[in-house]
Design a protein around this ligand. Sequence first.
Ligand SMILES: *Cc1c(COP(=O)(O)O)cnc(C)c1O
Length: 229
Amino acid sequence: MSIKSNIEEIKKELNPLGVTLVAVSKTKPVEDILEAYEAGQRIFGENMVQELLEKQEKLPQDIQWHLIGHLQSNKVKYIAPFISMIHSVDSLKLLVEINKHALKHNRVIDCLLQVDIAQEDTKFGLDHPEVIELLESDEFKALKNVRIRGLMGIATNTDKEKEIKEEFYELKMLFDGIKLSYYRKEDSFDSLSMGMSADYILAIEKGSTMVRLGSTIFGKRVTKHFKAK
Ligand SMILES: *Cc1c(COP(=O)(O)O)cnc(C)c1O
């Protein structure tokens, strides 16, 4: 299977469902990304800022880059000029920093709040009360150059389907609750980023609107999925 045919197959699956595909290209060379690009893919996800910057420079400028990995506050300035969406916002402090740099570039940056839904404690993210606390805070309400588009979560890396489904369901319930309480009138709160190669079918079943697929498109990576901090 080629990257092109993988993209075509997956699009055939996702398009009728209205689910957005983020092609996760971390660790993959620009040639692979170009092949996906030529198959029509425009949204690509990376998890490391340095790698993202190197690729962004070399590749077509109409690519929409999504940052899906943990973001340190001191790196926000590098991606602020062009980043299309940040999936991994896990603190108010980070959001304040994103807002500051977005303002410098006269942009509004789309963000997702990353929610910790997994059983493992290796994952980043906010818990439910922290999400609410953030949304309720005056400091957050004053930010004009970030736009919360929804939530993101990573399920436990397990083959127990029931557990994965419960985690996705929990995130969907939180998403619906926040939508009702805070964004009822805003169509822009529309993105629920959940599902990776191993579990995206379950995620869509539970209401995902955006899946992040790497190995299904580009083949296995040599490095591990989750690097240590
Ligand atoms: C690597 C990664 C993915 C894609 O993983 P695959 O299993 O290759 O689909 C999705 N989301 C995040 C946050 C990742 O780090």
